[in-house]
Each structure stands twice: as C-alpha cells, then as structure tokens.
Write a protein that binds this ligand. Structure first.
Ligand code: SF4
Length: 142
C-alpha cells in the first residue's frame, strides 16, 4: 500500500487559515476523501488561533503584522508536523504556496508589501531537510 501524502489542512477546506477563510483545493480534498492524504496545519498545532494576524519571515524570524515574534510557535508546529509525517511514513507533501509555514520555493519578504522572494516556509523547509519532497498546490496545477 502506498504511503499517505501530508497536506496543508487549509487545502482540504479545514478552518485554519490566518484570515478565517475556507478555501478548499479540490485535488487535495479528493486525496483526503480517498484516504491517501493526511491534513495538517503547523500554525494551529504550534499553538496559534484561527483567525490570527498575518505573519512573514524576516531575517530567519517569524513576525506578525503587529511586530510580535511568533518564531517559537512556527518552529513547534513544524516539528509536530514532521513527527506526524514520519510516523505515517510520508515521503511526499503538498503544501500551500507562499505561506510562511507551508510555502515552498517562494515566500513573502517580511515587509507585508506582497513582495515575493525565493525561500521556504518553516514547515516546508523542515520536511525537505528530512527527505520529504514538497510541492505546492500551484505546482499540481501546472
Ligand atoms: Fe494552511 Fe499551512 Fe497556513 Fe495552516 S500554516 S493555514 S496549513 S498554509
């Protein structure tokens, strides 16, 4: 039996996005429906609430738009997600593009000006460091 894919919970339509919106991405919803994917939200597992202030990464720290440092919560959530992914034997992830946790290959630059830079979110980076391949939902659409 193939191993499950770990996916951003928000892509499965679960209430966890920073702004409280529900935005299911149907290919991921279908994977979960078929029992082939495990939804996970590192920010909620790190102890943050929904909705919450938007965060961006600047100089390796996670700062919200009120200037508060949320690095510890992001780190904890990423570590719990890695624990779950390893427990389930996942070798693959499908994560939400450009999130400071889940983004892969491109994130925002920390200025809250919608400026994109190369980089990974905390969760995506930790999964990659541990040999789990990461694609975003946008790469699935290509
Ligand atoms: Fe979605 Fe990831 Fe943000 Fe959670 S941390 S809401 S799973 S993009």
């Amino acid at each position: 039996m193939s191993k499950p894919i770990i996916v951003s919970a928000c892509l499965a339509g679960i209430y966890c996005r920073y702004n409280g919106d529900i935005e299911p991405f149907q290919p991921v919803v279908e994977l979960v429906r078929q029992g082939r994917a495990i939804p996970f939200c590192p920010e909620v597992f790190g102890g943050l609430s929904t909705p919450r202030s938007p965060c961006e990464i600047a100089d390796g720290r996670v700062i919200n738009d009120e200037g508060e440092d949320k690095t510890e919560q992001f780190q904890r959530g990423a570590e719990e997600g890695l624990r779950l992914a390893q427990l389930a034997g996942c070798t693959e992830a499908i994560l939400k593009a450009r999130s400071p946790s889940c983004g892969s290959g491109e994130i925002y630059d920390g200025s809250f000006s919608s400026t994109r830079i190369p980089g990974d979110g905390f969760f995506a980076a930790l999964l990659k460091e541990n040999g789990i391949s990461v694609r975003t939902e946008q790469e699935l659409e290509d």
